[in-house]
Design a protein around this ligand. Structure first.
Ligand SMILES: *[C@@H]1O[C@H](CO)[C@@H](O)[C@H](O)[C@H]1NC(C)=O
Length: 285
């Protein structure tokens, strides 16, 4: 009772906060992922110290060194994101030769639609997993519907946030994606709605969704966020990477806004801390 009154209070008086926090969260998440993907600036140093230590030549090397503090090593803004080993990293999200083209496996009468759930990051995970779920089911994916009500009260649709034509084109070889369900007998086709458990494996999709899809031909899975298992075939995992890191691109106005924010931050200082403001209003299931 008390908590629902507080929530009501938040949504009535704090409405302006939501767009502000959405935009802030997008950039904070971006920084967060960059910081995860970037190798530690001290990585090489630790490696060298360990190696010297294990060779037994200089046993007190670790004690003598101010470990982890790159003394006299100038780490400026740019260098921080690279290391001596960075040139050994390479992309590996391309499909293997075994992975067949979407045109060869897509059934003409199987449409998967999803409605995402949660905050922007959760919705992004949902979109990524939906592409793979459609591929598992040999179905055509309808461009995902964003969650407009459960959390953000944001009326944006997919194409307001992501470049939808790029999304469709980039994934064409993997999954056929259409903007809308086709008409059925000249009428708007309402897909059959259902839900799947969290982290449903590919076998789980085949057991639970495939029979319904074969019967109804168009299925919409609701509350779609983390609805696909983490352990999947390598080719499905790679497809996840292609979706998340290549197919999902923000639209130009968002990219421009991001650049502007980064420029302004750079004008103020050389160093930043990324903070992920979690809201305690989580109501997802
Ligand atoms: C999808 O198509 C492939 C290739 O034809 C087939 O091996 C697989 O069993 C199909 N899966 C489903 C769920 O229809």
């Amino acid at each position: 009772m008390a908590s629902s009154r507080r929530r009501h209070h938040f949504f009535t008086h704090g409405r302006w906060l939501i767009p502000a926090i959405t935009v802030a969260s997008v950039f904070l998440l971006l920084f967060f992922f960059l910081s995860i993907l970037a190798p530690s600036p001290n990585g090489n140093r630790i490696f060298l110290l360990t190696r010297r230590d294990s060779s037994g030549e200089n046993d007190d090397a670790i004690e003598d060194s101010p470990l982890l503090v790159p003394a006299k090593e100038k780490v400026n803004n740019r260098e921080m994101w690279s290391s001596r080993n960075s040139n050994l990293f390479y992309g590996c999200s391309d499909a293997s030769n075994k992975f067949r083209k979407a045109q060869d496996i897509t059934h003409p009468n199987r449409y998967l639609s999803i409605v995402t759930n949660g905050g922007l990051n959760q919705q992004r995970t949902g979109i990524t997993d939906a592409v793979v779920a459609a591929r598992v089911l040999n179905a055509t994916l309808v461009v995902p519907k964003l969650d407009k009500s459960s959390y953000w009260k944001d009326s944006s649709i997919f194409s307001d946030i992501f470049d939808v034509d790029w999304f469709i084109k980039y994934l064409a070889k993997d999954v056929t994606v259409v903007k809308e369900l086709p008409l059925r007998k000249g009428q708007i086709w309402l897909p059959y709605r259902m839900r799947v458990p969290r982290k449903c494996s590919d076998r789980c999709y085949i057991h639970r969704v495939l029979p319904v899809l074969k019967k109804k031909h168009a299925v919409q899975i609701m509350k779609f966020d983390y609805r696909l298992a983490n352990s999947l075939d390598t080719d499905f995992q790679k497809l996840r990477c292609r979706v998340n890191y290549h197919a999902l691109k923000f639209v130009d106005p968002i990219l421009r806004m991001g650049e502007k924010l980064v420029q302004r931050m750079r004008m103020k200082s050389k160093h930043f801390i990324a903070l992920h403001l979690r809201m305690l209003l989580w109501r997802g299931r």
